[in-house]
Design a protein around this ligand. Structure first.
Ligand code: LLP
Length: 432
């Protein structure tokens, strides 16, 4: 009935998440509240882990793209689930360290790592840098020399795939701000440079074609383009890549209109295409990595709000104002992202009140969702926004000096706080 199997309605007619009445969670912790289903995160990790093992062998490793959600408890779960991590800043690296995560399986991304980031990552023993361009390669080499070490790297390659208009393959993403493009010759150039750079150990290549993608073809195409590139490098430079990281990007269901993406089947098919291709090219299959973010945490998350003003503008539209908004979820404001919104306090009544669910910031663009059918709320009802586990907490801001909400996890032993909410004192903590 719902977009994910961890959502249900209980005997009181309230919404339940991972079996827990969300109105009780709202009463216990207050709202706005991010809620995360620990078992769903683990289940999603295992879907990748098992598919990788089944189709690509023991050596293959999924990484969690922590830009989707980053706080200490998540890295502890990744340690327990034996999942690697993709990190994009010193802040994410520091959070992982604080959670006791072993950085051996951490891959450091970003198109512009600062000298401070590079130094911090190397001194903390980051497993791999995913190097964006030659300038960065030189900066990493210099710092590795300073720290008397040899740094493992992958090179970020732009395969020229446009995931949304698949026909326009070869030039679609060449102009991306990320990576070095095959088409322009820069990919081969950076590989040549990496192989002769003293304090750099080249381990392989990386690509990432985009996010929230439901078609499988762009992923297959990217895999094949990357194998072609690996073969070209082998032939021209005598180097055979040991690792190939195919990035993240699998889509998740925000509403009933989104399809169900079968991760296991897609990885299975990808592996068949790639094995055939590797054989045809006379290559050994490299260690395969992928770095999903959204599909690990999105459906493990839900945000709870309390309804405030219900405003009806006769002949025009109706608004339901909630006690959060774009500071805790900027995705509608940024991308017009779809969400399913429910009146969690009145699940058995008819959802016939068409409205816009809006936040409390002083800005008209502070919208969570427009034109949603809701059971007409009364002030104090709990409003749930589903599938908020990815890119919500991690993208939250303090706009209007609103504190970030707490994150509560639902696990086998009950509900527990993973991240405290920000207090008014927290809001001024850095003001001098
Ligand atoms: N690897 C790289 C290099 C990436 O840039 C990304 C996402 C991922 C992996 C993870 O992709 P995922 O599996 O989560 O699709 N803020 C946007 C999403 C930005 C994605 C950026 N890169 C949103 O809220 O939709």
């Amino acid at each position: 009935m719902f977009i994910c199997d961890n959502i249900s309605v209980n005997e009181k007619g309230n919404l339940a998440f991972a079996g827990k009445d969300v109105t009780e969670l709202a009463a216990k912790y207050g709202t706005p509240l991010y809620v995360m289903d620990e078992n769903k995160i683990r289940e999603n990790c295992r879907i990748y882990k098992n598919a990788f093992k089944k189709y690509f062998g023991e050596n293959a490793l999924p990484l969690f793209a922590s830009k989707a959600a980053s706080f200490k408890r998540l890295y502890e779960i990744m340690t327990e689930e034996k999942i690697g991590i993709d990190v994009v800043s010193s802040g994410e690296i520091f959070t992982a360290i604080k959670a006791g995560y072993n950085l051996k399986n951490a891959y450091f991304h970003s198109n512009n790592k600062t000298d401070e980031d590079i130094s911090f990552a190397i001194s903390n023993g980051i497993g791999y840098f995913v190097v964006d361009n030659i300038e960065e390669l030189i900066a990493i080499d210099k710092e590795a020399e300073n720290q008397k070490t040899v740094q493992n790297v992958l090179l970020r390659i732009t395969p020229g795939i446009d995931p949304h208009t698949f026909e326009a393959i070869s030039t679609g993403k060449v102009d991306s701000k990320f990576g070095s493009a095959i088409e322009t010759g820069q990919a081969l150039e950076i590989t040549t440079q990496a192989l002769k750079t003293k304090n750099i150990k080249l381990c392989g290549f990386h690509c990432h074609i985009g996010s929230q993608i439901f078609e499988t073809e762009p992923f297959f195409k990217a895999g094949l383009v990357m194998l072609d590139f690996i073969a070209e490098v082998k032939e021209k430079l005598g180097f055979e890549a040991l690792q190939l990281n195919l990035g993240g990007g699998y889509g998740v269901r925000y509403t009933e209109n989104d399809p169900v993406f079968d991760i296991d089947a897609s990885i299975g098919e990808l592996s068949r295409f790639m094995k055939e291709k590797a054989l045809a090219l006379g290559l050994n299959m490299p260690k395969i990595l992928m770095e999903p973010g959204r599909s690990i945490v999105a459906n493990a998350g839900m945000t709870l709000y309390t309804a405030g003003t219900v405003k009806i503008i006769p002949g025009f539209k109706s608004y339901v104002s909630i006690d959060g908004g774009m500071p805790d979820n900027p995705r509608y404001a940024l991308y017009k992202s779809s969400y399913t919104v429910l009146n969690a306090s009145k699940m058995n009544e008819k959802a016939d009140f068409n409205c816009s669910v809006v936040g409390r910031c002083c800005e008209s663009g502070d919208i969570i969702q427009e034109n949603v059918p809701l059971v007409k709320p009364e002030r104090g009802d709990i409003i749930a926004v589903l599938t908020t586990g990815a890119y919500n907490y991690s993208m939250a801001s303090n706009y209007n000096r609103i504190g970030k909400p707490p994150v509560v996890m639902l696990g086998d032993s009950g509900d527990y706080l993973a991240v405290k909410g920000e207090s008014l004192e927290d809001i001024v903590r850095n003001d001098i």
